[in-house]
Write a protein that binds this ligand. Structure first.
Ligand code: AP5
Length: 182
């Protein structure tokens, strides 16, 4: 199964991706994790991404598409994959379309819906280096201006499903399982 997990910062994309991947035994492709690894390794991509991530902006489509392209070509993605935090712009979504083979078509875009105010508290409690109030605000700004337009993009294809992310983690996963039929 090929799934996109979609939602604002802190909506639970990573948490639910782990649950789904364990259940379906497919790889978890998180662009946030890939970029953090690049930053930690000090690679060229990491150097370019570091400051943008520290400010809560979006890393360039070119960089993100290049790392996703490489990852999707791996053998373990042949039986399916869960994309977490990608695509985040219309350009990335179109880029993804052109990367996918016919057998890799996206079947579900799971949009985890949450209330922004409650999520800010969730993130501050977690305390990742980009979980500071000012940066969280910028991450939401990036989401609202550049990522939200993907909702009608995938709605038109009739593959977007809304999930209530303001419930306990287990209950959110139950709802996801119902949608994807596992
Ligand atoms: P990324 O790492 O993807 O960050 P994000 O989208 O801001 O999302 P988070 O990881 O904060 O939240 P999440 O939705 O995964 O929630 P989680 O499960 O962790 O990206 C980081 C940065 O990288 C971006 O800002 C950008 O700069 C760059 N980047 C990444 N992808 C990019 C792309 N495609 N294009 C350009 N730039 C890109 O949960 C959050 C917390 O809440 C956890 O503590 C968790 O335990 C808790 N929690 C989860 N679910 C629940 C629940 N139901 N109830 C209570 N607590 C919950």
């Amino acid at each position: 199964m090929n799934i996109i997990l979609f939602g604002p910062p802190g909506s639970g994309k990573g948490t639910q991706a782990v649950n789904i991947c364990e259940n379906l035994r497919v790889p978890h492709l998180s662009t946030g994790d890939m970029l953090r690894e690049a930053v930690a390794s000090g690679s060229d991509i990491g150097k370019k991404a570091k400051e943008i991530m520290e400010n809560g902006g979006l890393v360039s489509d070119e960089i993100v598409l290049s790392i996703v392209k490489q990852r999707l070509a791996s053998k373990d993605c042949e039986s399916g994959f869960i994309l977490d935090g990608f695509p985040r712009t219309i350009n990335q979504a179109k880029g993804l379309d052109s990367l996918l083979e016919e057998s890799q078509k996206i079947e579900y875009v799971l949009r985890i819906k949450v209330d922004e105010e409650d999520i800010i508290k969730r993130l501050i409690d977690r305390g990742r280096s980009d979980d500071k109030p000012e940066i969280i605000k910028n991450r939401f700004k990036s989401y609202n201006s550049q990522t939200q337009p993907l909702i009608p993009f995938y709605e038109e294809r009739e593959i977007l499903f809304n999930i209530n992310g303001m419930q306990e983690i287990e209950k959110v996963f139950e709802d996801i399982k119902k949608v994807i039929g596992i």
